[in-house]
Design a protein around this ligand. Structure first.
Ligand code: SAM
Length: 402
């Protein structure tokens, strides 16, 4: 997995002249990054401050050993530490890279979950998504990419292109403020509206909780400690007599994200009471599976590129010795006789029956550390109201429909 260099330091100040990001691949003064084109390869700075050989602290050593590729990506204004001859590529920021590098203020929703959730919520260019709570803004960034058909900061080609929107609610004032700032920094203004609000009490209208505008959402994602308390606001006809936050012309798709089964059960019970349908619960068990063909040695068993699996340790050791000797002979050069017998040996080898990539035994291995349970996802839909007028309009539009 590529390592993501944090685009923002602890104070979230972004890349700055005079700063340096130190990674295990070397030091990258920000002056060498600013103004470069996306995709550029930037070599690590060769600055040597004499820190080479300095023993890393225990924590740093653990970080460097971490198989996840976690870096010391701290951006400091200090002089660069001794650089290795690494490089980096400047990549266009994506929700995935932001999720891996954002400053954590809360638990966040990760890519395996949000990609599945957004797919089930039918979030697409033009959709309006309600999200609560905003937390660290991980889901916010993924959902805005799903509903906006373009690149942040880019002028929309058509007016329609900008119709998608994310209405994000967060009751922690500082968190709401930070998400708002990040949205601006990432050129997403106008596509995300962050409201500081307790949604259990005040629901999802934009502006004033009683008399505000309806976001007219067709997709809802609730990452809250008690999602069932917010459901009473997500109805077609609110008890308060106010507007519904749902799009009257679309089915509403909802997903709630809860770490405990008890929370999921409470949510499901409330969903049933409020007439949500097709209720289902899913747990995403994301697990990387490495698939490869094992090819021990080449030209074994009389088949070019075939695999022979030694059955015993002795067999394996003999095979290694033979391979070694063959490599040595090759390095030293071969006598005319050896050359001839090598050619004969080579020509006696059968070509593999299929293409080379299909040669060898197919093996697969799941990653050791299983990222098991994150949360229970509860999905449901709420159909739109269907009135006599809708029926009439439909008959006019499709007269053959009896
Ligand atoms: N989905 C977010 C992300 O991907 O970064 C993380 C959400 S975090 C786990 C839950 C958030 O819900 C917290 O920031 C919390 O302040 C907020 N929250 C809790 N109760 C709330 C309420 N009644 N109204 C609005 N937000 C609430």
């Amino acid at each position: 997995m590529p390592t993501v260099l944090r685009a923002f330091d602890d104070k979230n100040e972004g890349y700055k002249e005079g700063k340096v990001s130190n990674t295990r691949f070397g030091s990258f003064p920000h002056s060498t990054l600013i103004g470069q084109k996306w995709g550029s390869q930037i070599a690590a700075s060769k600055v040597d401050t004499g820190s080479r050989g300095r023993k890393p602290t225990k924590r740093k050593a653990e970080e460097l050993d971490a198989s996840t590729g976690a870096d010391d990506d701290s951006a400091s204004t200090k002089t660069p530490v001794a650089a290795s001859s690494g490089f980096l590529h400047l990549m266009y920021p994506t929700p995935e890279s932001w999720t891996l590098s954002l400053p954590h203020r809360t638990q966040v929703v990760y890519t395996p979950d949000y990609s599945y959730i957004l797919h089930r919520l039918r979030a697409r260019p033009g959709s309006t998504v309600i999200e609560a709570g905003a937390g660290s803004g991980s889901f916010t960034h993924a959902s805005v990419r799903a509903v906006f058909n373009g690149y942040p900061g880019e002028k929309p080609a058509t007016k329609k292109q900008r119709l998608g929107k994310v209405c994000s609610y967060e009751f922690h004032e500082q968190r709401a403020g930070r998400v708002r700032e990040e949205i601006t920094e990432h050129g997403l203004d106008g596509l995300v509206e962050v409201t500081h609000r307790d949604v259990y009490e005040d629901g999802f209208l934009l502006g004033d909780p009683q008399t505000g505008r309806s976001p007219k959402a067709s997709a809802i994602f609730l990452d809250l400690p008690a999602p069932w308390l917010a459901l009473k606001h997500l109805v077609r006809h609110p008890a308060s007599g106010g507007e519904s936050p749902l799009d009257p012309n679309s089915t509403a798709y909802i997903c709630t994200f809860s770490p405990c089964l008890e929370q999921a059960e409470k949510t499901i019970r409330m969903m049933r009471k409020l007439s949500w349908l097709n209720i289902s619960m899913v747990e995403v068990q994301h697990n990387r599976i490495e698939v490869k063909r094992e090819r021990i040695g080449l030209d074994c068993d009389g088949i070019r590129g075939a695999t022979v699996f030694p059955k015993t340790v002795d067999e394996a050791a003999t095979k290694l010795r033979e391979d070694d000797a063959r490599a040595k002979r090759f390095r030293l050069g071969r006598s005319a006789d050896e050359e001839t017998s090598a050619k004969e040996e080579a020509s006696s080898l059968k070509e593999p029956a299929g293409p080379l990539y299909s040669v060898g035994r197919l093996v697969h291995r799941s990653e050791n550390e299983l990222k098991t349970h994150t949360s229970y996802l509860v999905f449901a839909i709420l159909p739109r109201d269907w009135t006599e007028e809708d029926e009439q309009r439909c008959r006019q539009k499709y007269p053959s429909d009896k």
